[in-house]
Design a protein around this ligand. Structure first.
Ligand SMILES: [Zn+2]
Ligand SMILES: [Zn+2]
Length: 220
């Protein structure tokens, strides 16, 4: 490779693989940085990881359950709930690729147009709409023999209790209550429960994420 090609290669790398370093706590931008290993992480409009900076240190934390071997992704731009597909497409032009994440392929709506909550079939994972909560896609093969109705209703109750708990915690933080590790772990458990039983996309998961990020600010 000649010198010109090497320079062009690195210039292109700098254009696409830089991080804007903004301290999460101080909310100040310190500049831009190259993080050689973490620059390899690809984009998704529905990312599995939240990234932020404490000083100049780049921190990445999982925001949803990640299966073994599943690719870690961050969002280079506004995530799906904040920008429509067409807007995201324009924002991604500078990175020279078209996004094929789950949100783009299925054209998930932005936050105001999302359903508040949708439960999913634990068999085929499809969303269950309406009552009774029977999955017509796999009802012939499976009538939930391993999950008696009472057990399902207990899960639904726990999910609603978790959402109520998150609303109360958020309200308490907004009026100055101190963050505790115990509350943080409760938020994580409730989010885990939502991901197990709720079909994405839905508003309550996004709301729970916003609460989770408040704890990231204090390094919980
Ligand atoms: Zn996408
Ligand atoms: Zn099903």
């Amino acid at each position: 490779m000649n010198t010109g090609a090497v320079l062009l290669y690195h210039a292109a790398q700098l254009y696409c693989n830089l991080y804007k370093v903004t301290d999460f706590q101080a909310k100040e931008t310190a500049g831009i940085g190259v993080y050689s290993a973490l620059s390899l992480i690809n984009h998704s409009c529905y990312p599995s990881v939240k990234h932020y900076f404490i000083g100049r240190s780049l921190v990445m934390r999982a925001v949803r359950p990640i299966s073994a071997g599943e690719e870690l992704t961050i969002s280079y731009i506004k995530p799906f709930q904040k920008a429509k597909k067409q807007e995201r497409k324009i924002l991604l032009q500078r990175y020279w690729f078209s996004c094929t994440c789950e949100a783009c392929v299925n054209d998930w709506p932005t936050f105001p147009n999302l359903p508040a909550l949708r439960f999913k079939c634990l068999g085929c994972k499809n969303p269950l709409d309406g009552r009774p909560r029977v999955c017509y896609a796999c009802v012939t093969k499976r009538r939930d023999p391993d999950k008696p109705q009472t057990e399902q209703m207990e899960v639904v109750d726990s999910i609603w209790r978790g959402i109520l708990n998150a609303c109360c915690t958020d309200l308490a933080l907004n009026i100055g209550q101190k963050k505790t590790r115990e509350d943080y772990l409760t938020v994580c458990q409730n989010l885990q429960l939502l991901y197990e039983h709720v079909a994405m996309p839905c508003q309550h998961v996004i709301i729970m994420h916003q609460l989770l990020y408040k704890y990231f600010e204090d390094e919980f």
